[in-house]
Design a protein around this ligand. Sequence first.
Ligand SMILES: NC(=O)c1ccc[n+]([C@@H]2O[C@H](COP(=O)([O-])OP(=O)(O)OC[C@H]3O[C@@H](n4cnc5c(N)ncnc54)[C@H](OP(=O)(O)O)[C@@H]3O)[C@@H](O)[C@H]2O)c1
Length: 172
Amino acid sequence: MATIYYTGCTLDGFIATTDHSLDWLTSRDIDLDGPMAYPAFQRRLGACVMGASTWQWILDHDEEPWGSLPTWVLTHRTFPEAPASVRFDRDDVARVHADMTEAAGGRDIWVVGGGELAGQFHDAGLLDEVWLQYAPVALGGGAPVLPRHVELRLEETARNRDFMCGRYSVVR
Ligand SMILES: NC(=O)c1ccc[n+]([C@@H]2O[C@H](COP(=O)([O-])OP(=O)(O)OC[C@H]3O[C@@H](n4cnc5c(N)ncnc54)[C@H](OP(=O)(O)O)[C@@H]3O)[C@@H](O)[C@H]2O)c1
């Protein structure tokens, strides 16, 4: 079981524009059966966690209802009622991680984002891997992929059509 921050990002290290647009990402070509693509990653998962802006993006953009994967949204905000798979929690990522580990039943935990939340898991010594899909674009600003000093070891690389993909382990 591993806790993995898996995300698309720009060459200059952003995961969304300053106004939370992902058009620079969703417009790209990817082989969903190809290396490091989301469907195979999804099959490993037992739980996921995200911050408030990411959940807001899903509410604003996702056409499908959120699925059954046990999901934690960390927030101080009040959101509309969510599907039964979603819990709202706050503050202590170590306690949240213990709850996610129990729910995940030995499967992997996906840190969806954003970067500061992934950094909180790193600071608590709970982040194992970072998987990045680099889109061929720079934005010059936006939501940072990982606003911390984090030491990583490159474990695997692949090209998936428009994307340069890297799998890194966290060096503790
Ligand atoms: N490129 C990709 O594949 C990808 C992946 C994921 C996300 N994204 C996008 O990237 C952007 C990320 O936005 P973001 O940087 O603002 O990050 P975020 O993690 O989505 O949201 C940050 C907010 O979450 C809440 N939060 C975080 N940690 C918390 C904690 N421990 N306890 C309670 N609340 C906590 C805080 O808001 P409150 O205190 O106001 O609740 C915080 O301001 C979004 O637009 C998202 O859609 C892109």
